[in-house]
Design a binder for this molecule. Structure first.
Ligand code: ZN
Length: 372
């Protein structure tokens, strides 16, 4: 179960609180993000880095990504204590299993009636309700994303959309029938229906009726990867309409590498949960970002690109106003040197800053909504 309650509704988003995530008691205010992991760790960071150097506003919930862990599932089963323990994650933090990696592009054309496909290091793997039950039993996450058919691009035909909705509802039903009712893992139902409000609402109604769903994941608006071109204004009426058809007391998650402007747009539409993959992606590119001073009144942000060699003799802090470990200890010139010599310390320091800034973004959004 995910014990979630809406604390306040405003025209620009809702404030909520999770007090229990699976079998973990937690106080987790929303809007917020799950911390993105790959292979059971935050990219570039050791758990020691995370505990000593990353200052977050509240205890984290970690997002596991199945493509990066699938090949280890036999080893995790043999280990017997679940994936969080296997990966040495900090004790007592809930983990949520996502079927996809928000930074890996989805390949179209591989979903079937009884399964969907993910891509791991060794190639394509079919995920059906039986395999997902097995993985949940081995991994022991506090929650997981249900299987859904989201391979429905913007020009998708009605017949294909109808098929996607029918499959998604039946895959969830099948999974819930196969899963041991005593398993504490909560399920986030995944909404299909592409860009058709009729099909999205049909899926929302059919899944909304599934009282066992702990929350909802809104998928199928993009294929992951770089989302900088994702125009949310065009899909606003659709998302708002779909969310209105979901039970209001359950959290809604939108996964993807979303920038601060996009996150605030989605909060306004009524989304509660995100993931931090944007921060990791930016660190991989050698970039750091900073929110506008009056974010989210002004939902802009700016980035520094350490590939830019003109920063080599800039000895000011990365962002002088930032209190993170990186900004307190290092200069732009040093980060530029690390990036240009391909030092492993560069993505470590950028990840620490970007994750802390992404977390601060949600603090600012929550304060803004509290004042509304
Ligand atoms: Zn910083």
């Amino acid at each position: 179960m995910v014990k979630y309650s809406v604390q306040k509704r405003t025209p620009e988003g809702r404030l909520g609180e999770v007090t229990q995530w699976g079998d973990v008691n937690i106080r987790f205010e929303t809007p917020a993000c799950l911390l993105y992991t790959k292979g059971g760790h935050i990219p570039h960071l050791t758990w020691d880095n995370v505990e000593k150097r990353l200052e977050l506003s509240q205890p984290p919930v970690y997002q596991l990504t199945l493509p990066s862990l699938f090949e280890a599932h036999s080893a995790i089963n043999e280990y017997g204590k679940g994936v969080a323990n296997f990966a040495g994650m900090p004790d007592g933090c809930p983990v949520h299993l996502s079927l996809y990696d928000p930074l890996l592009l989805l390949k179209p054309g591989y979903n079937e009636t009884k399964s969907v496909s993910i891509w791991t290091r060794t190639g394509r793997r079919k995920i059906d309700p039986e395999i997902l039950c097995e993985i949940v039993n081995y991994f022991k996450p506090q929650s997981c994303q249900a299987i859904s058919d989201i391979d429905t691009p913007v020009d998708c035909a009605n017949k294909r959309l109808t098929k996607a909705v029918t499959r998604t509802v039946s895959l969830l039903k099948d999974y819930l029938e196969k899963m041991d009712a005593k398993n504490p893992c909560s399920t986030f139902a995944s909404l299909a229906g592409g860009y058709s409000s009729f099909h999205r609402i049909k899926c929302a109604e059919d899944l909304g009726a599934q009282e066992v769903a702990a929350g909802f994941t809104i998928d199928g608006f993009h294929s992951n990867g770089d989302l900088s071109q994702l125009e949310l204004n065009a899909i606003e009426p659709l998302i708002v309409k779909v969310l209105a058809n979901l039970p209001s007391g359950k959290p809604r998650m939108f996964n993807g590498a979303l920038n601060p402007s996009q996150v605030f747009e989605l909060v306004k539409f009524g989304v509660d949960l995100f993931d931090s993959s944007f921060s990791s992606s930016l660190a991989d590119q050698g970039k750091a970002f900073r929110l506008a001073d009056n974010y989210p009144h002004d939902n802009a942000f700016h980035t520094i690109d350490f590939n830019d060699k003109s920063l080599a003799d800039d000895f000011t802090p990365v962002f002088p106003e930032c209190g993170c470990y990186t900004c307190k200890n290092y200069t732009k010139g040093y980060l530029c040197h690390l990036r240009n010599t391909d030092e492993l310390l560069c993505p470590i320091l950028l990840s620490l800053h970007n994750l802390q800034e992404y977390d601060r973004m949600f603090v600012k959004i929550r304060s803004y909504l509290k004042e509304k």
